[in-house]
Design a protein around this ligand. Structure first.
Ligand code: DGL
Length: 276
C-alpha cells in the first residue's frame, strides 16, 4: 500500500482513470465517453483476478484496488473513477491511497429509484460482497421508510458475463432464478448495482416483462464525475480516446467491449499492475 502522500494535483490535460475487477466498468466507460466526448480515459480491468465480489476478502479487494489505483497514478491521471460497485463499497476516501486526486465511486441510485418506482417496491441486484454491506437498501430506507426493498446477491452473473455466455440456457436459467423473488414480491423497479449486469440488461428486462423499470446507475455516476471535475478540469475540445488495459485475456476483453463501445475510440493492451 502507498506509504507516502503524493500530492499530485489534477491537470486538465490528463486522462481520467477508471478501474474495475474486469470488463464490467466498460458499461460505465460507455456513459463517461458519451457525457464527456473530449476526455481521454485509461481503463484498468483486473481480468486475471475477476470476480472480486464472490469470494475475495475486504483486505484482498483493498489490496487489488491499491494496485490498480497506483498503476493509474504512475501513468498520470486527473481523477479516479471506481467503475465497480464492489470496490465502491470500500468508500472513496479509503481508495485514495495517498493520491490528492478526486475519487468518484458508483452512484447508489437512491433518488432515481424512488423517482422511478410508482409502488416503491424496489429490487437490488449486486455481488454478494456489495449485498453484505447493505448500503443500497439502507440508503433507500433512510430516504423513504415506506419503501419495500428486495435484495438479491447474484454470484453466478459475473463469471457468465466474463465467460461470454450470452444467449445460453445457463444464463437464462440463472436470470430466472435471481428474478424469482422480484416477481413474487411484484417489484416495479430494479437497480443493476454491479457494473457487469448492463451486459445482460435486455435478458433481465425480458424476464421481468414490460412493466418493470431497470435502472443502471452508470449514467448518474458519469454526471457525478462531470460535476466533480467541473469546468476547470473538463476538456472542451478534441476527440477523446480510451486506453483499455487489462491484466489477462485482452482479445476476450475486446470482443466484450465491442458489444457496448465504439472501438474506433478505443485501444487495447494487456498490462501488469504495479507491485505494492
Ligand atoms: N463489476 C463489479 C461490480 O460492479 C464486480 C464484479 C466482481 O465481482 O468482480 O460490482
Amino acid at each position: 500500500m502507498k506509504k507516502e502522500v503524493k500530492p499530485e494535483l489534477p491537470e486538465k490535460k490528463l486522462p481520467i482513470g477508471v478501474i474495475d475487477s474486469g470488463v464490467g466498468g466498460l458499461s460505465v466507460l460507455k456513459w463517461l465517453q458519451e457525457k464527456m466526448p473530449h476526455e481521454d480515459f485509461i481503463y484498468i480491468g483486473d481480468t486475471a483476478r475477476c470476480p472480486y465480489g464472490n469470494a475475495h476478502s475486504e483486505d484482498e479487494i483493498l489490496e487489488f484496488s491499491a494496485q490498480m489505483i497506483d498503476t493509474l497514478g504512475q501513468k498520470g491521471v486527473k481523477a479516479f473513477v471506481v467503475a465497480c460497485n464492489t470496490i465502491s463499497m470500500l468508500g472513496g476516501e479509503n481508495l485514495r491511497f495517498g493520491y490528492e486526486l478526486p475519487v468518484i465511486t458508483m452512484s447508489l441510485g437512491t433518488q432515481i429509484l424512488l423517482n422511478t418506482s410508482p409502488t416503491k417496491k424496489i429490487g437490488i441486484m449486486a455481488t454478494p460482497f456489495t449485498i453484505s454491506k447493505d448500503l443500497h437498501r439502507s440508503a433507500i430506507l433512510a430516504a423513504d421508510a415506506s419503501a419495500d426493498v428486495s435484495v438479491v446477491g447474484c454470484p453466478d452473473f459475473v463469471p457468465l458475463i466474463e465467460g461470454e455466455k450470452f444467449g445460453s440456457l445457463k444464463l437464462r436459467m440463472t436470470i430466472t432464478k435471481y428474478c424469482k423473488e422480484f416477481r413474487e414480491k411484484g417489484v416495479d423497479t430494479i437497480i443493476l448495482s454491479c457494473t457487469h449486469y448492463p451486459f445482460i440488461r435486455e435478458e433481465i428486462e425480458k424476464e421481468m416483462g414490460p412493466g418493470v423499470h431497470i435502472v443502471d446507475p452508470a449514467e448518474q455516476t458519469a454526471l457525478d464525475v462531470m460535476e466533480t471535475l467541473g469546468k476547470d478540469l473538463l476538456k472542451t475540445e478534441g476527440a477523446g480516446k480510451a486506453k483499455i488495459c487489462c491484466t489477462a485475456d485482452i482479445s476476450r476483453v475486446r470482443r466484450l467491449a465491442e458489444r457496448i463501445l465504439d472501438l474506433k475510440k478505443c485501444e487495447f493492451s494487456e498490462i501488469k499492475l504495479v507491485e505494492l
